[in-house]
Design a protein around this ligand. Structure first.
Ligand SMILES: [Zn+2]
Length: 697
């Protein structure tokens, strides 16, 4: 694709164009286009970014500006042409140049051996080379280039007709807008492939949707095919689709000579890769015997979960195009290719009943209870249905036979009911109008898909909040799982989050199932949790829209959790990735009296509420491990200077008086903090002079 010299030239050109223009507008536009297309290729096909995001944006904006001034120089393959306005109409139907057939499936080694025998008969030779590559679990697409330019992109549809989704295909940055096909004498070419969403992108996207009260997308495959058909290309761009192209189905050429690469499948995918296309060259392998193919398939299945995208099998193809032509196709399948399907992660089961669970934010989630069924090595008996819309869309009924899928790391979900198996005894699913736990009337905020119980003392919510606080990703209190929290709560031993630290252990010891050892283990785990970093505490508090990453952002911004009491909306919005929703939720949380009281109780219990990293800059000093707080009006130095002195010597600053405080430095008119420190009796109270003496050793 690009030689080393090309790459060096383009990289240097990118740097030059950052602050200088070329000779004239036209040449600058050409250069910017070249540089940005190169950067896209490095980023999206090679996964080796060469430009920082800000550099890319600078060059991109520069190109946009120049193109606005000189529309006569805008070309269809300019990176700016990926950006498009919303589509107002449905996607038109288009016919594929060559029908997109499906593949015949095989499920085991014997099936593959049978296929191998048929291939040899049809080919009239025993000497067949096979090519194996992953079978990507996404949405199939066909793209057409005319005179080197991306001319059309379409979904598979029924295989003969698909939907024209060119604008959305252009949002997939790994698909080049132009390629050097004309140099090879090719006028028109149709390439097949798959649009996928990487598993991590999918998970992040769903986490976000759930946090926003929207229903998550079922699986990466549905997410990919659904995204291709969204009418808003900007939204398509945000979903970070990837593409893998794996087949040239058709081409027309000017000369008679077939390009060398286009004699084999293996050659053609390497050739496309050289032209800048994302093809599976790294995963694709060639084999001389079916036994080698089988060994490869079996080994690949073992590591399917390690791949960044979903794979549901492998595709085995006859490598030689001449042999492929000789073997031909049935009306349904090509005879020269076959899919080797990995073990099914689907099963059918019976929907026994639907339970409604109240989450820690009051959301009421329908959960399907099904007859336990093993899928992919795990027994599934309980499946979230997310919200009423999902149940209505799928038209689920109690008593239905349902198709259940569990793909890789994705949580199990109900694909659909098998309506053809209904016998008339199935019952409608009735949604509650009142909280199943506290009986408060449920509310459904606008723009949300979930019903909520808004009673913040709702026992179900309180229990869920405690469970969340103790969970692995929050305070990680081992052995304090769902069951114990529920039991302690029901017995009145645990009323809220801070009560974790004042559990009456005598009472616990009297309970059945709590031996001396399990009590000690639980006590130790609770004690250890007091030292968890601030971000885990913030995450554990269960503030709406504040996930683990957001909790880190908030923790890193402050020295003590109470600093967040004073944050304004503006200050919050200035933090990374904080939008209006998060800001409003954080403001509301820290301005609620009950929550401040909870934080006081946690502090009294000795839970760390301080950002340790920020308070102890690298290395040790004489004040390592000592904590300080200043109060009153200081006359000898500015408070910020004094705090810097403490930090420079390795000391830690606290923002309130607690048993963790070692030194309270008192200026004039010191008030409640001084009184509190005196009452505690464990805090050394220093005058400004005494403080200076301590600092100067
Ligand atoms: Zn309730």
């Amino acid at each position: 694709m690009y030689t080393t010299q090309d790459e060096q030239r383009l990289y240097n050109l990118a740097k030059t164009l950052m602050d200088a223009d070329g000779e004239n507008a036209e040449s600058t536009i050409i250069q910017l286009r070249e540089v940005l297309n190169y950067a896209d290729w490095k980023y999206y096909v090679q996964s080796e970014p060469v430009l920082a995001d800000v550099e890319y944006d600078t060059l991109f904006k520069k190109l946009q500006r120049l193109e606005e001034q000189h529309p006569e120089y805008v070309t269809a393959d300019s990176p700016t042409q990926r950006v498009a306005k919303g589509l107002s109409e449905k996607f038109p139907a288009v016919s594929h140049l060559v029908p997109m057939l499906s593949l015949d499936n095989t499920y085991n080694a014997d099936d593959l051996r049978d296929w191998d025998r048929r291939c040899k008969e049809l080919a009239g030779t025993d000497d067949i080379e096979y090519c194996a590559e992953p079978k990507y679990d996404g949405a199939s697409i066909s793209i057409i280039y005319e005179n080197g330019q991306l001319a059309r992109g379409a979904t598979r549809g029924d295989g003969v007709m698909g939907e024209e989704v060119t604008t959305n295909i252009k949002q997939i940055r790994s698909i080049p807008l132009s390629a050097a096909f004309t140099k090879a004498g090719i006028n028109q070419i149709e390439i097949r492939g798959e649009v996928v969403i990487n598993k991590d992108v999918f998970t992040a996207y769903n986490t976000q949707r759930i946090a926003e009260g929207l229903s998550p997308l079922a699986n990466p495959r549905n997410a990919a095919s659904g995204t291709l058909r969204i009418l808003d290309p900007a939204e398509v761009g945000k979903r970070k689709l990837s593409a893998i192209l794996y087949h040239i189905s058709y081409y027309t050429q000017t000369g008679d000579a077939i390009p060398d690469a286009l004699h084999t499948h293996y050659g053609s995918l390497n050739w496309l890769y050289e032209l800048g296309f994302p093809t599976p060259v790294k995963e694709m392998k060639r084999f001389r015997s079916i036994d080698e193919v089988i060994a490869f398939c079996e080994a690949f299945e073992v590591r399917r979960d390690d791949l960044p995208y979903e794979v549901d099998g492998l595709v085995i193809k006859v490598n030689s195009f001449a042999l492929q032509d000789k073997m031909g196709m049935t009306t349904h399948h090509p005879r020269w290719a076959v899919a080797y399907k990995f073990k099914a992660r689907q099963a059918t089961s019976k929907l026994l009943r639907v339970e409604f669970q109240v989450g820690r934010t009051g959301s009421v989630t329908p959960v399907a209870k099904i007859e336990p069924v093993p899928i992919g090595g795990v027994t599934v008996s309980s499946i979230s249905l997310f919200n009423e819309d999902v149940v209505r869309e799928k038209d689920l009924h109690i008593g239905d036979t349902v198709l259940v899928e569990r793909a890789g790391d994705v949580i199990p979900y109900i694909v659909k009911p098998l309506a053809e198996l209904r016998n008339g005894t199935e019952e409608k699913i009735i949604f509650p109008t009142h909280c199943p736990v506290c009986n408060e009337e449920l509310e459904k905020p606008e723009e949300e898909a979930v019903w909520r119980c808004i009673n913040i003392s709702c026992p179900a919510q309180v229990v869920e909040r405690i469970i969340h606080f103790a969970s692995k990703d929050a305070m990680d209190i081992r052995n304090m799982g769902d069951a114990n929290v529920r039991k302690f709560y029901e017995l009145g031993l645990l009323k809220n989050i801070p009560a974790i630290y004042t559990i009456n252990w005598d009472e616990v010891s009297k309970l059945g199932g709590f031996g001396e050892k399990s009590v000690t283990n639980l006590q130790t785990a609770i004690d250890n949790s007091k030292q968890q970093p601030l971000n885990r505490v913030i995450y554990g508090l269960g503030i709406r829209h504040v996930g683990e990453t957001m909790a880190k952002t908030l923790a890193n911004a402050v020295t003590h959790i109470r600093d967040l009491y004073d944050y304004t909306e503006e200050q919050l919005l200035a933090l990374d990735d904080v939008g209006p929703k998060v800001a409003a939720s954080v403001l509301h949380f820290f301005h609620t009296q009950e929550n401040r009281h909870m934080i006081d109780l946690l502090e009294q219990a000795g839970v760390n509420l301080v950002n340790q990293k920020r308070n102890t800059p690298q290395g040790s000093g004489e004040l390592e491990g000592k904590t300080f707080l200043f109060t009153g009006t200081l006359s000898r130095f500015k408070r910020s200077d004094a705090e810097a002195m403490v930090e420079a010597k390795g000391g830690t600053l606290l923002s309130s008086v607690s048993s963790k405080l070692n030194y309270l430095v008192v200026g004039e008119d010191a008030g409640s903090k001084l009184e509190k420190a005196k009452k505690l009796g464990t805090v050394a109270i220093l005058s400004e002079d005494e403080f200076l003496g301590l600092i100067n050793g």
